[in-house]
Design a protein around this ligand. Structure first.
Ligand SMILES: O=C(O)CCC(=O)C(=O)O
Ligand SMILES: [Fe+2]
Length: 330
């Protein structure tokens, strides 16, 4: 075979020469972060300028259901890079908590890695990262929150702004789930807490492994006065890397959703889910940090081991939990 370079060779994009994911020099830091989070590499930020990459399919042919499904939202050429960047750069938690039903206490082990950023509408972060009251613009008293709210890092804020443009909504919270494999899951629930207000819009992104997204209508309350509504059929959407589901209107009030455990194809691979939401009152901030940060250890992605590993803080680094709690594992 000749080594002579052909014209074709000159004009073909040199795909293999593209740097993997170049590190950004700039970082997002905050007193509440265990360590800084690099800004998105320019290659990813630039590509996000082309989002949404596809028009949305409306799914609203069932009672009380109002969904938009973007397949995909994140352009194909950066889906894998964005997934790897976020998995590598975030700190995650594996939250445990107890619930009491009557006299019986049960320990719940959240079956996925989680993290959260943001603060409810009553507060905002000043340019120096300090927490200010929305009404008075004065510093929020130290004991206002049991948790330590933290601002969205730049890498999520870029996506938040684009998503706000698409959804015609504003968001102040970002929850991140990492499903390490098919054993990780989220059970049937609705994101209808009162602190989100009526008819909350929730934008939900998928990156990495494909997973089923199941939806079913909540049981209708028995009512003599209201006529029976037509039966709602359960729904199964296969969420692929780069997809975004916008859930809005009466969806959360009336429908439950879940990501069930998965066996077989793709069950060994990881998936990141990012949701943007708007919490109106303080209770939302306390709730989101309690169930997505908690008081357990911090986990980081270990690229050699290809798994999340427990991370030990160096002395003097801040703990992300409520002030005064010991939140680092050995
Ligand atoms: O992982 C997903 O797609 C769904 C996550 C979810 O429902 C939630 O975090 O409330
Ligand atoms: Fe949810």
């Amino acid at each position: 075979m000749s080594n002579k370079r052909t014209l074709d060779g000159f004009f073909k994009p040199a795909e293999s020469k593209r740097p993997k994911i170049e590190a950004s020099q700039e970082v997002s830091s905050h007193a509440s972060y265990p360590y800084p989070i690099p800004h998105l590499p320019c290659s990813i930020t630039d590509a996000l300028g082309f989002a949404p990459a596809a028009e949305a399919k409306a799914i609203n042919d069932q009672p009380d259901l109002d969904l938009l499904h973007f397949q995909p939202y994140i352009p194909k050429d950066v889906q894998a890079d964005l997934f790897k960047f976020l998995r590598r750069e975030f700190f995650f938690y594996r939250v445990q908590y107890t619930i009491k039903r009557g006299s019986i206490q049960t320990q719940i082990n959240t079956p996925r890695y989680t993290t959260v950023f943001g603060v409810d509408e009553t507060s905002y972060f000043g340019v120096d990262g300090s927490l200010l009251e929305s009404k008075t613009k004065q510093p929020v008293p130290k004991d206002r929150y049991k948790c330590m709210p933290r601002p969205l890092p730049q890498c999520l804020d870029v996506l938040r702004k684009i998503t706000e443009g698409t959804a015609g909504e504003t968001f102040n919270f970002c929850l991140v789930n990492y499903y390490a494999n098919g054993n990780d899951s989220i059970s049937y629930h609705s994101d209808d807490e009162r602190f989100l207000g009526p008819n909350p819009a929730i934008a939900s992104f998928s990156l990495g492994a494909k997973r089923d997204f199941l939806m079913k209508h909540k049981p209708a309350p028995m009512s003599m006065s209201e006529p029976a509504k037509p039966e709602a059929k359960p729904l199964k959407l296969l969420l692929a890397s780069g997809d975004m589901i916008l859930m809005r209107g009466t969806t959360q009030t009336n429908w439950l959703h879940s990501i069930p455990k998965r066996k077989g194809a793709d069950s060994g691979a990881g998936r990141i889910n990012i949701t943007f939401r708007k919490a109106l009152v303080r209770g939302g901030t306390e709730n989101y940090y309690q169930y997505n940060v908690g008081s357990g250890g911090i986990f980081r992605w270990d690229n050699k081991k290809q798994e999340m590993v427990s991370w030990k803080a160096t002395e003097g680094s801040p703990t992300p939990g409520p002030p005064g709690t010991v939140s680092l594992t050995a």
